[in-house]
Design a protein around this ligand. Structure first.
Ligand SMILES: N[C@@H](CCC(=O)N[C@@H](CS)C(=O)NCC(=O)O)C(=O)O
Length: 214
């Protein structure tokens, strides 16, 4: 049995949940698992992060590794193209989006969402780095209609959960949506949001966010 452990506000948890739903894999979900540095939790997730996947008692950590595992274990409804270069392109997009965009704006989450202080130096560095990430995404994204081309892929699961955060953070921190000069972005995210799996995860994220604010 497969169990996804994490919480429904987490963009990385949601990325995995979308992939499971799109692939039609039967799974259970423990949506009450929170990141922690406590010994008991790091015994399960050594970086103290969510999500992790339990497969018949074996844990897999890191969302990209989980998605690769799912591709290999459940190839019937693929989220990676067949062509080797196209597969590389999908993975390249995921790295651009996660390493060079989401992880960059994440440096400002504490300041923007949790009231901690952020230095001017960090802000300036984020502004520089995110511009590079956006440049990379622009160079490779196809929107044809999916981000890597004709077929839905892992890169769409990543784009859908992470890119709205790039918009939110850049608008709030710098007064401008750094994705605004990609006119295809909004209709693309809307189109994905109309797919049942994406819509469900999005609705559940909103409900979990509202519940957390109570
Ligand atoms: N590279 C990890 C990132 C996961 C991640 O950063 N998760 C966040 C929640 S969205 C978390 O657990 N943060 C707590 C922490 O970093 O200690 C993955 O792809 O699974």
């Amino acid at each position: 049995m497969i169990r996804l452990c994490g919480f429904r506000i987490s963009n990385y948890h949601n990325k995995v949940r979308i992939a499971l739903l799109e692939k039609g894999v039967a799974f259970e979900e423990d949506e009450n698992v929170r990141p922690s540095q406590k010994d008991e939790y790091v015994a399960k997730s050594p970086m103290g992060k969510v999500p992790y996947l339990e497969v018949d008692g074996t844990r897999i950590r890191e969302s990209s590794v989980i998605l690769e595992y799912l591709e290999e274990a459940y190839p019937k409804k693929p989220l990676l193209p067949k062509d080797l270069f196209e597969r590389a392109r999908v993975r390249e997009l995921v790295i651009f989006i996660e390493l060079h965009m989401e992880l960059v704006v994440r440096r400002l989450y504490g300041g923007l969402f949790f009231g901690s202080s952020v230095s001017d130096e960090t802000r300036q560095q984020v502004e520089k780095d995110i511009a590079k990430g956006v440049r990379a995404l622009k160079a490779v994204a196809k929107f044809d209609p999916y981000i890597a081309g004709k077929e839905l892929s892992i890169a769409d699961c990543a784009a859908f959960v992470h890119l709205p955060l790039v918009t939110l953070v850049t608008k709030t921190a710098f007064g401008r949506d750094f994705l605004e000069d990609m006119p295809q972005m909004k209709p693309y995210l809307k189109m994905l949001g109309e797919r049942p799996a994406f819509a469900r995860v999005s609705e559940d994220r909103k409900a979990a966010t509202a519940a957390a604010k109570k």
